[in-house]
Design a protein around this ligand. Structure first.
Ligand code: PAF
Length: 287
C-alpha cells in the first residue's frame, strides 16, 4: 500500500495503477475506521481492480459549534487497517492540500440537502458535496462507495454526480451494525457504556417499524408512531421522518414506493443518525 499526501503524487500513482485498463474504486472517509468502512473497501475490491481510500476530516462540513476539533483520529491505526485490508492507495492530504489559500469555490446541492440533517446542520451538505467533488476530481475513480447509514449524503452525492455529469458510478453499501443493532459510526466512540446501552433505542425503534411494515402496515403515521415509542427514550430526538427514498419528501400513505425511515438523536452530547429502507418495488432508493 502507498500512503500519499499530495494531489500531484496521487495523480501520478493512480495513472500508473490504471495502466492496462485497470478500474479504480474509491472509498472516501474521515478516518477512525470501523467495519462499516471496511465493508466499503471490500465492496470496492469485489468490483474494481485498484482500491483507493481517502482519510480527510473535512472542515467545511462541520458547523461552528460541531465536533471538528475533537473528531476521533488515529491515523497509524487507520493506516494499518487499510494495509491489512489490501487497500492499494491511501490518500491522506492535510487541510492546506485540499483547501489551499484563496480557495473560494463551493458546490451547492439543491433540494435534497434541505430536509432531515440539512435542516439542523446548515451548510453541512454544501461542505460534503464540495469535498466529494474535489476528491472525485483528484482520484478520478470509476466507482465510489458510500455507506447507507448516511442516507441523505448518498442521495446528495448521487444527485450531484448526475447533475454535474461526473462519469462515476455510485454504490451504496448497506449499514454495518454491531451485533446488538447499533449502527457502526466513528462517533460511537464518544459514548460512555451507559450511553451506548441507551443508544440502542434508535435501532430498536427503526427495527420495530420494519417489523410492522413486514406485517403489512403501509400507513406512514402508524409506522412512525411505532418507531417513536422506542425513540422517545433518547435524550433528544432531533428528527424521526419517513421520506420517499428518492426525493426525501415526506412519504405518502399508503406507502407505494420505497421509503426511508430516518432518525437523528442525541445520547448525552453525542448526535447519532440511523435509517432503514422500507422497500417496495417501484423506485430505486438505496441499493
Ligand atoms: O461520510 C463521510 O465520512 C464524509 O462525509 C465524506 C463522504 C468522507 C466527505 O467528507
Amino acid at each position: 500500500m502507498q500512503t500519499i499526501t499530495t494531489v500531484a503524487k496521487l495523480r501520478s500513482t493512480i495513472s500508473e495503477a490504471r495502466s492496462g485498463g485497470k478500474s479504480v474504486g474509491f472509498v472516501p472517509t474521515m478516518g477512525y475506521l470501523h467495519d462499516g468502512h471496511l465493508a466499503l473497501v471490500q465492496a470496492s475490491q469485489m468490483q474494481c481492480d485498484v482500491t483507493v481510500v481517502s482519510i480527510f476530516v473535512n472542515p467545511t462540513q462541520f458547523g461552528p459549534n460541531e465536533d471538528l476539533s475533537v473528531y476521533p483520529r488515529d491515523f497509524p491505526r487507520d493506516e494499518k487497517l487499510c494495509h491489512d485490508a489490501g487497500v492499494a492507495i491511501l490518500f491522506a492530504p492535510d487541510a492546506q492540500e485540499v483547501y489551499p489559500p484563496g480557495f473560494h469555490t463551493f458546490v451547492e446541492p439543491g433540494e435534497l440537502a434541505k430536509p432531515l440533517c440539512g435542516s439542523f446542520r446548515p451548510g453541512h451538505f454544501r461542505g460534503v458535496a464540495t469535498v466529494v467533488s474535489k476528491l472525485f476530481n483528484m482520484v478520478q475513480p470509476d466507482v465510489a462507495f458510500f455507506g447507507q447509514k448516511d442516507f441523505q449524503q448518498c442521495a446528495v452525492v448521487r444527485r450531484m454526480v448526475s447533475d454535474l455529469n461526473l462519469p462515476i458510478e455510485i454504490v451504496t453499501v448497506p449499514t454495518i451494525r454491531e451485533s446488538d443493532g447499533l449502527a457502526m459510526s466513528s462517533r460511537n466512540r464518544y459514548l460512555s457504556e451507559e450511553e451506548r446501552r441507551r443508544a440502542l433505542a434508535i435501532s430498536r425503534g427503526l427495527f420495530a417499524a420494519v417489523a410492522e411494515f413486514q406485517e403489512g402496515e403501509r400507513n406512514a403515521r402508524k409506522l412512525l408512531a411505532m418507531a417513536k415509542q422506542h425513540l422517545d427514550t433518547v435524550d433528544r430526538l432531533q428528527y424521526l421522518e419517513l421520506v420517499d427514498a428518492d426525493t426525501l419528501e415526506p412519504a405518502q400513505s399508503p406507502l407505494g414506493r420505497p421509503a426511508a425511515l430516518c432518525a437523528a438523536a442525541y445520547i448525552g452530547s453525542t448526535r447519532l443518525i440511523d435509517n432503514v429502507v422500507l422497500g417496495i418495488s417501484g423506485g430505486c432508493g438505496a441499493e
